[in-house]
Design a protein around this ligand. Structure first.
Ligand code: AHR
Length: 647
């Protein structure tokens, strides 16, 4: 019997409920949303990251003072993975050619990105290859008749005469677009540009320089963009991927992480100030996800994207805490003020008047009007009293200068209701991260019902069904849908949410289940994407109280009848250790092989075939035993707790 209490509104559902969370993970931005097609375009990626030192031949991060989440000193250090000197670039030369390459910091293009590539051609092959090749991001998407804008910086010695041919080519080396420069000459750095238009489509093409004479050529910042980007912005975004995001109609965009924000150590954490301005002067970020981001999709581009799709910006900043394998490394409290100032500068860049120090920089970068920054989040997945003290300082400084900005406390993975906010005095939102396994939402539909109200609103900054569902399937989407319904049903508390992770370049997956998958030439969104889209497009405005009374079908309580066992429980109950006997003989004993000894939740009326146990191998076996024994009587014995009202 379903009763809907007409006319009485239980609560409203916030229009801000569905946002998106972009993180630079699995090449979601670099080689993904960011439309650049050359990987390691500035030859900076082999560089030892900032803040590292070499001890006894080992590259290790510089030792900042280390503290764990409770403020105790730790001595953790982490070695850096070392990549090759020229990742994603290679020479392709015939045996009779003599060409070598070398990274150099002599006569740099600029001091922020000091490395360039020196190519010395001491002997050319007259009939074979004399090439330097970039493989792109696991291929370059070259589409027939589309226009690609190439730019690069070069300087040469006097021996070099040219010409220099640039080419999009198949893996086998067949040219599908080419342009020849006869003017690449001179001892000073100069920018060269051209367009390339492929004569055929190859979604796994490569880019190459072909050397037409002997001599020495230095290269820096080799960049290739499709002419067509999202909203046709220069230094823009890949259209198909940006359109997925736009059509979700997100209320906000959280950026740029995630663990990405935390940095491997404090010195290498992302820095918004080095991720604005001329792209060839951005040093890039080597993150916990073990690859470089060029930061071409930097703070300005992110804010611009929010404006373009009508979403509010939610900027997550590093709170003076780095990841260091989740142990948390805090800079000392007395060194926090510069970090706080940096955040205030970031907010001023986004929303300050064009006459303010950082508003002026924004205007010089082409955007005099403020950007729609509405939220900031203090760190990622940090909690505990040490974090709380720090949070309070950020909160006070931000609210004093920007009372309109809403502030989010990051609270880690798990049930926020079980954590305390320690000594956080006040926050607008607390961010719970919720990675769940298959079926979780079905038996925890009331998860948010149990939260206490009044202190803060909840932002579920990262949620996904990502265990027991392969790479994401219909079951995952259904579990996500039920989870979303639980949030909607608690619209007075849960005001914002975002699925995570958003993107996966299928060549470099860092997380088991991701919303949108792509490679250089193709992309598709998983079922959960369409679930969120549908639920956002048909979001309820209000919740009406509903009561549901289930009248059991004619069956014997607490007995299994024909394998459709039906037991009635009138409140929350958990069970484990099931034994079923018939005439004193054991026919089934659970061993909970998947989760030994763990209590299993049961809610309301429990139908055996829908229970968590029925999904296990034991459950299937038991159903099999019972299926043809229609009217026989069995005894079910189990351990249960919270038993109020067990019939
Ligand atoms: O979404 C992937 C990771 O999960 C995020 O970087 C981190 O915040 C969380 O632990």
């Amino acid at each position: 019997v379903l009763k809907i209490n007409d006319g009485v509104v239980k609560n409203t559902v916030a229009p801000s409920l569905h946002g998106i969370f972009f993180e630079e993970i699995s090449h979601g931005g670099e080689g993904g949303l960011y439309a650049e097609l050359i990987q390691n375009r500035g030859f900076e990626e082999s560089r030892i990251p900032p803040g590292t030192v070499v001890e006894n031949g080992q590259i290790i991060p510089k030792r900042t003072p280390h503290y764990n989440m409770n403020g105790q000193a730790t001595d953790w250090t982490m070695p850096w993975p070392y990549t090759s000197d020229y990742p994603y670039w290679r020479l392709e030369t015939a045996p009779d050619a003599k060409i070598n390459i070398q990274l150099t910091q002599q006569q740099p293009l600029n001091s922020a990105t000091p490395r360039s590539l020196k190519v010395n051609i001491s002997k050319r092959s007259s009939s074979g290859k004399n090439s330097l090749v970039n493989e792109g991001f696991w291929g370059i998407n070259a589409q027939k008749d589309a226009v690609y804008n190439l730019s690069f910086y070069a300087r040469t010695d006097a021996a070099w005469k040219g010409p220099l041919t640039v080419q999009l080519q198949t893996k086998a080396g067949k040219a599908i677009a080419a342009y020849t420069f006869n003017d690449v000459k001179g001892a000073a750095w100069k920018k060269y540009t051209c367009t390339l238009v492929p004569s055929e489509t190859d979604t796994a093409a490569e880019f190459a320089f072909h050397f037409g004479s002997t001599g020495t050529v230095w290269f820096d910042f080799v960049s290739l963009f499709p002419k067509e980007t999202f909203r046709n912005r220069p230094n823009g975004l890949r259209k198909d991927l940006a359109e997925y995001l736009e059509s979700l109609k997100p209320a906000f965009v959280r950026w740029p992480g995630g663990c990405f924000v935390e940095g491997i150590n404090i010195e290498s954490a992302p820095n918004w100030k080095t991720a604005i301005g001329p792209i060839e002067k951005r040093p890039g970020t080597f993150s916990v996800w073990s690859y470089w981001s060029s930061d071409g999709f930097g703070y300005h581009e992110y804010l611009q994207f929010c404006e373009d799709i009508g979403a509010k910006a939610l900027y997550v900043f590093n709170a003076g805490v780095s990841c260091e394998f989740r142990s948390g490394t805090f800079i000392p409290d007395e060194e926090l003020q510069p970090v706080i100032n940096d955040v205030l500068d970031a907010i001023e860049y986004a929303v300050g008047p064009a006459t303010s120090k950082w508003g002026k920089v924004r205007a010089a970068n082409g955007h005099p009007k403020p950007f729609p920054l509405e939220y900031v989040e203090v760190g990622n997945e940090q909690h505990g009293p040490f974090y709380a003290r720090r949070f309070n300082r950020f909160y006070d400084a931000i609210k004093k200068n920007y009372p309109q900005i809403k502030i989010i406390a990051s609270m880690g993975i798990g049930d926020l209701n079980r954590h305390t906010l320690d000594s956080i005095r006040v926050t607008d939102y607390a961010d719970e991260h919720a990675y769940k396994s298959a079926w979780w939402a079905f038996s925890n539909y009331d998860h948010f019902d149990r939260y206490k109200r009044g202190d803060y609103d909840v932002y579920v900054g990262e949620y996904a069904t990502n265990a027991g569902v392969g790479k994401g399937n219909m079951l995952a989407a259904l579990n996500d849908a039920v989870y979303i319904m639980g949030m909607e049903n608690n619209g007075d508390l849960v005001k914002m949410s975002s699925y995570a992770p958003l993107f996966e370049n299928t060549n470099t997956r860092h997380w088991p289940v991701n919303l949108i998958n792509f490679n250089a030439g193709n992309s598709f969104a998983r079922i959960s994407y369409y679930t969120i889209k549908m639920m956002n497009e048909h979001r309820a405005d209000e919740n009406l109280p509903v009561s549901l009374q289930v009248i059991p079908a004619a069956t014997k309580k607490n007995k299994f009848a024909g394998g459709i066992g039906l037991a009635t429980w009138d409140t929350q109950t958990e069970y484990k250790d099931i034994e079923i006997t018939q005439n004193g003989q054991l026919v089934y004993k659970s061993d909970f092989a998947q989760r030994p000894g763990e209590w299993q939740p049961v809610r309301g009326q429990w139908e055996w075939k829908d229970s968590a146990l029925a999904q296990t191998a034991e459950g299937a076996q038991l159903l099999n035993i019972l299926k043809d024994k229609k009217f026989e009587s069995y005894t079910l014995k189990l351990k249960a707790r919270k038993l109020s009202g067990f019939n």
